[in-house]
Ligand binder design. Structure first.
Ligand code: ADP
Length: 516
């Protein structure tokens, strides 16, 4: 009986029985059990790796009580281990149930040689089977044409390739046979450095991590791929490559990029429209604000004329009046400049911004509107704040929206009408801006809905202000949120990350240098 063992299970691979001159050979693959042979003998041989000879099994202590020996009247037993070096592979079990001492020393010596030869042959057969199996698996993978596959040599020739690979690069099988498919022609010129890096990695480790490449097709077109190499010999002069076509993924990525771009454009347009609309709302009060410096300019101009008309002309007084004209005109030009900035459509910028300065400018702009609503606009700005990084106009827009919302909330309430804007530096290198009003607050669940686009409780509201503010602050890497104030009122707060590693003084001097 030939018993093969994989260390855990033991199976009978073949059984030969002789009776007279006839030999009956039976191949099988059945697990060993106690009805086939004396298991006590087999396990002893497998465990010790020693040949066991029992001259009369029924009389030997090792086997006398074995149920098989009793039942089959086994007399002489010879069990030889099959080993390939130190590796146990199974055993050869021989039994003579006619006579005791049935195995001669000469016969045993021959059998031992046979057993060691058999072990080597069995191991070889197993190795061949393993190789054949893994080759078959590989072949199935290649033929399945799910991913591109090729066999290359160190001279850059593609020796073998599956259909997927050939389709990817637009070559035919005739090109492959004629040796016209070559790595050097396939690699896009700008990717040659990557190809060289892959060669070095291949030489060092025998394989490469998958990396992105671009192949040049036979028709000159390009195909983006992800490719991985593995050497099939020790010095990396031959090997295989697995290639995955990335065209669809790249197109999908491009679409996502385009739609993100479009989304950003729409967002910017919306933000701009919101700014223009808000400025429209402020037009009356700004016009009123502007009329004051203009009126005082006219008065100063008339005064200057009078001082000059005198005999002798009073130059000192006239120049004081002219100074006041310059001051008034500058103030009006300033306000107009800010309005123009807010209404202008310009791409988003990333610049150092002094948030306190932004608040002062906006507070100036809405002062007239606050007065109109009978509200007091107050600022509590922390000194020495770091600069933040962002778009000045967008941050002005956020503040403008928040202040206008606060003023609108104050309309029609009894008691103190107050809006307070404060700034402070927070942990995590951010500047925190708080806009607090003494209005009715958001009401139950109001803080949840307020940021939803088109949510408004106002007759002429659009419901876009807060959601635009939030998207602007998000784009600045900050956070904007609302809470209720005690005993009443709304609090809107937002953070903007400070400009990395530049203090406000340094930033100022950098800006001055930039301006120079
Ligand atoms: P709109 O001002 O056009 O209504 P917003 O998005 O700016 O759009 O505001 C949405 C809603 O949030 C407002 O209609 C209002 O109900 C609420 N809200 C915003 N700011 C305040 C505030 N300071 N106090 C109370 N409610 C507010």
């Amino acid at each position: 009986m030939l018993i093969l063992s994989d260390g855990r299970t033991h199976r009978v691979a073949a059984e030969a029985t002789t009776a007279g001159d006839a030999v009956r050979l039976q191949l099988s693959d059945a697990p060993v059990n106690a009805t086939m042979l004396p298991e006590s003998v087999l396990y002893h041989v497998l465990r010790t790796g020693e040949t066991t000879i029992l001259d009369d099994a029924s009389a030997e202590p090792m086997s006398a009580t074995d149920p098989y020996v009793g039942e089959h009247r086994a007399r002489s037993i010879l069990c030889l281990p099959l080993r390939n070096g130190a590796k146990p592979m199974g055993a050869l079990y021989l039994e003579n149930n006619r006579i005791a001492r049935g195995f001669s020393p000469g016969g045993i010596a021959v059998l031992k040689i046979m057993a060691s030869q058999a072990a080597v042959s069995l191991e070889n057969a197993r190795l061949y089977r393993d190789v054949a199996e893994s080759e078959a698996k590989m072949r199935r993978l290649v033929d399945a044409n799910i991913i591109g596959f090729n066999v290359w040599d160190a001279d850059g020739n593609i020796l073998e390739a599956n259909d997927v690979f050939l389709r990817m690069v637009g070559y035919g099988r005739d090109d492959l046979v004629a040796g016209r498919v070559r790595c050097v022609d396939l690699t896009a010129p700008e990717k040659h450095d990557d190809a060289i890096r892959a060669r070095i990695e291949l030489a060092e480790t025998g394989r490469t991590k998958p990396f992105e490449m671009e192949y040049v097709r036979k028709d000159g077109g390009r195909v983006p791929v992800i490719v991985g190499f593995a050497a099939s010999d020790a010095n990396g002069r031959k090997g295989v490559a697995f290639v995955l076509d990335l065209t669809e993924q790249k197109q999908a990525e491009k679409k996502v990029r385009e739609s993100e771009e479009r989304y950003r454009e729409v967002q910017a347009e919306l933000a701009h429209a919101n700014r223009v609309a808000t400025m429209g709302q402020l037009a009356a009060s700004i016009a009123h604000e502007l009329s004051q410096p203009i009126a005082s300019t006219v008065i100063s101009a008339e005064a200057a004329l009078r001082w000059l008309d005198r005999e002798p002309a009073d130059i000192d007084e006239a120049s004081r009046a002219l100074d006041s004209i310059v001051g008034g005109a500058n103030r009006a030009a300033d306000v107009l400049g800010r309005i123009r900035q807010l209404v202008r459509k310009a791409p988003r910028r990333k610049e150092p911004v002094d948030i306190n300065e932004v608040i002062r400018e906006i507070a100036d702009l809405v002062q007239g509107e606050a007065r109109k609503s009978g509200a007091q606009l107050e600022t509590q700005l922390a000194e020495g704040l770091p600069f933040v990084e962002g778009d000045r106009v967008e941050l002005q827009q956020v503040l403008l929206n928040l202040i206008i919302n606060a003023l609108e909330a104050l309309n029609g309430i009894d008691g103190v009408r107050q809006v307070c804007i404060s700034t402070t530096e927070t942990e995590g290198a951010c500047v925190l801006v708080t806009v607090r009003d003494s209005g009715p607050g958001f009401g139950p669940n109001g803080t949840e809905h307020a940021f939803t686009a088109f949510y408004t409780t106002k007759a002429t509201g659009l419901g876009m202000g807060l959601s635009i503010c939030r998207s602007i602050i998000d784009a600045h890497g900050g956070r904007l949120w609302a809470t209720e104030s005690s005993p009443r009122g709304a609090v809107i707060q937002f953070t903007v990350p400070q400009r990395p590693a530049v203090s406000s003084r340094e930033a100022q001097s950098t800006d001055a240098t930039d301006a120079d």
